[in-house]
Design a protein around this ligand. Structure first.
Ligand SMILES: Nc1ncnc2c1ncn2[C@@H]1O[C@H](COP(=O)(O)OP(=O)(O)OP(=O)(O)O)[C@@H](O)[C@H]1O
Length: 613
């Protein structure tokens, strides 16, 4: 029997993935440059972080007092047996402990709130930036990997920009305070304790590098696992139909193994680090006890002094240990920072001019078009408040994709589409039809020439205004989690229920909506998986009808539909096209026949065809 799953394919995939790993080179950052890189999201929060650190310092001060009180009680009460000397220091002890708890509680709340605020900002900025990435830049990242960067990696950055900074400052400050207290108590014993302390720092540096390398591998692998799973879940049916379930599973498993290996390196480094620290710490305490015992026997120190000193060391070592662990954690968080920074550094697509005044001027300049009185549409066909159909001009337009090899997709393309024209856009596969659509929607600007909407260069129209005047019905309509009504009013959130029903009627969608369990209130889940292609497109038409934009762009709206479903989509579509300028991308001559005339994209030019009868 021939085995269908073939390992050669898997090897090819592995090669491709290995290439992916090599290509995936986020900017390398060290801890300081990573903190600097993310400093803008901490704007206005620094003073709160400083206040948090100060509150923790005060709390450390209270524990110094409690240790000193215990030493005092040891020498004045425990050694002498004089109970009367106990009550005053005991009372102070209780009060100081309560103050310390209150300080620590306030610092934790303040620090936590600041951290969450910073993370919220970072999430928001990252998402906004991701959504604005230029389409070709966006394709550099796999969807699952992007999701992983938005979730796990952002969480990790918390260590860098907030909690890590606070904890490090607190650990350093506390260690210094306890060290001073130890020196004041007995400088000779303190010196003994500190001889070995620098070792801790060296150890943490050494392990930090190991952990950072493992964390980089772990984060990248986590992104790839998410991508593989997302791909697998999305295409589960094809995978099973093509008998590729084993291969698919192994692809995920292979990534999971890489992830596991990276995690085990991290766990090993972590465990080795804390054990090494524990040993160094114990050596320090032993040295203090030996020298302290000798000093007591020589009458050079009291038992209280030794107790106070071990108390301070008992507080100080965990701080140094914390500092080391934090160095490791923060170092590993920089691996996440690198991945998030890679997105933030990626160029966004077309943006509005920063100059608000300029935008205002442009907005005013384009205003007149909306009141164009030359509209050829009978008033009865217009929806109340509907804008006049648009005039679209391509004037000697040339365009080359930024990541292409210099070959232009459009070259000296010129055409004028008059208001209310219904145009079918034809052309071979790869001719540039979708590119034309991206240019109109300004996901890119032309490399040369001008595109005008109602006589105004689209590059000078604020993006929001421009896209407000166009509706796009893509090949596969984006259905969002929500009711049918919510989905119809997606582009026009203020539309009333009556308007939604009217739009559905115009799109010939009321029939199947009435058959849904809760009609317009039926919740569409999972991208509307339970809708047929035709139903989905009619929801799209209803959405477009409601938006009443001067320009309607339809990207192969009947792809994959049978003849009768195509007819059910085309009828409302033609009705919709009567009231606005419409550009219909299609490969199907029968669909193209419903348009007024055709435009063919050929060798970068636009060639106008004959009008339909
Ligand atoms: N982001 C991109 N970077 C580089 N080249 C691209 C990019 N997107 C599209 N292209 C290329 O531009 C050309 C035009 O693509 P476009 O998608 O506009 O064609 P199309 O006419 O819509 O094709 P189809 O009918 O198959 O959808 C093709 O050669 C395509 O490979």
């Amino acid at each position: 029997m021939v085995r269908v799953t073939d390992d050669r394919d898997l090897e090819l995939d592995e090669d491709a993935d290995q290439r992916g790993i090599v290509e995936e080179r986020p900017p390398r950052l060290n801890v300081l440059s990573a903190i600097r890189r993310f400093a803008p999201v901490m704007h206005g929060q620094w003073w709160k972080l400083v206040l948090t650190v100060l509150l923790y310092f005060l709390q450390v001060g209270t524990s110094v007092v409690t240790v000193a009180l215990f030493a005092h009680i040891t020498d004045t009460v425990l050694v002498t047996g004089d109970l009367s000397a106990l009550w005053v220091p005991l009372g102070i002890w209780v009060a100081v402990t309560l103050i310390g708890s209150a300080l620590s509680y306030t610092a934790a709340i303040l620090g936590g709130t600041v951290t969450e605020r910073i993370l919220l900002r970072l999430r928001d900025r990252l998402y906004a930036h991701t959504q604005r990435l230029a389409p070709h830049t966006r394709r550099r990242f796999e969807t699952g990997d992007l999701i992983a960067r938005h979730s796990g990696d952002v969480d990790e950055i918390e260590y860098l920009v907030s909690s890590g900074v606070v904890q490090a400052a607190v650990a350093i400050g506390s260690a210094v305070i306890y060290a001073i207290a130890a020196f004041v108590t007995s400088w000779q014993l303190a010196l003994v304790a500190f001889v070995l302390a620098p070792l801790l720092w060296v150890v943490s540096q050494r392990f930090g590098e190991v952990v950072k390398r493992a964390a980089r591998r772990e984060r990248a692998s986590n992104g790839r696992i998410t991508s593989r799973i997302q791909e697998g879940i999305t295409h589960a049916i094809s995978i099973q139909a093509d008998n590729q379930a084993d291969k698919d599973r192994r692809r995920v498993l292979r990534e999971a193994r890489i992830w596991r290996a990276a995690r085990i390196s991290e766990i090993r480094a972590d465990a080795a680090f804390s054990e090494t620290v524990a040993v160094v710490e114990m050596l320090c305490v032993m040295a203090v006890i030996v020298v302290g015992a000798w000093q007591i026997s020589e009458g050079m120190a009291t038992i209280g002094t030794l107790i106070a000193l071990t108390g301070y060391l008992g507080y100080m070592y965990p701080q140094i240990q914390e500092l080391g662990a934090l160095a490791v954690q923060v170092t590993s968080a920089t691996a996440s920072a690198e991945r998030v920074a890679e997105i933030l550094d990626a160029p966004v697509g077309v943006c509005d001019p920063d100059d608000a005044e300029e935008a205002e001027k442009v907005a005013l300049a384009t205003d007149y078009v909306l009141r164009d009185e030359t509209t050829p549409i009978p008033a009865r066909d217009m929806r109340p408040g509907q804008s006049a159909p648009a005039r679209v001009e391509f004037d000697d337009v040339g365009f080359t994709y930024p990541d292409a090899d210099g070959r232009p997709v459009l070259d000296h393309a010129s055409v004028t589409i008059e208001p209310c024209d219904f145009v079918a856009l034809l052309g071979d596969s790869g001719a540039g039809k979708s590119t034309l659509m991206w240019l109109l929607l300004r996901f890119y600007d032309p490399t040369s020439g001008v595109i005008r909407l109602d006589g105004v260069d689209t590059t000078s129209i604020p993006l929001r205004d421009l896209r407000d005047r166009m509706a796009l019905l893509p090949q596969r309509l984006a259905i969002f989690h929500g009711s049918v009504a919510d989905n119809i009013r997606y582009g026009s959130p203020a539309a009333s229920d009556d308007e939604v029903v009217a739009a559905a009627t115009a799109a010939d969608a009321t029939g199947f909506i009435a058959d849904l369990p809760e009609g317009f209130d039926t919740i569409l889940r999972d991208g509307g998986a339970n809708l047929s292609g035709g139903q989905r497109q009619r929801i799209g038409l209803a959405r477009a009808y409601l938006r009443s934009t001067p320009l309607l762009i339809l990207d192969e709206p009947t792809t994959g539909l049978d003849a009768s479903t195509t007819a059910r989509v085309l009828t409302p579509l033609v009705r919709l096209a009567r009231t606005r300028t419409t550009l219909l991308i299609t490969h199907d001559p029968e669909v193209a026949a419903v348009a007024d005339y055709t435009l063919t994209v050929s060798h970068g030019r636009l060639v106008r065809g004959a009008s339909s009868a």
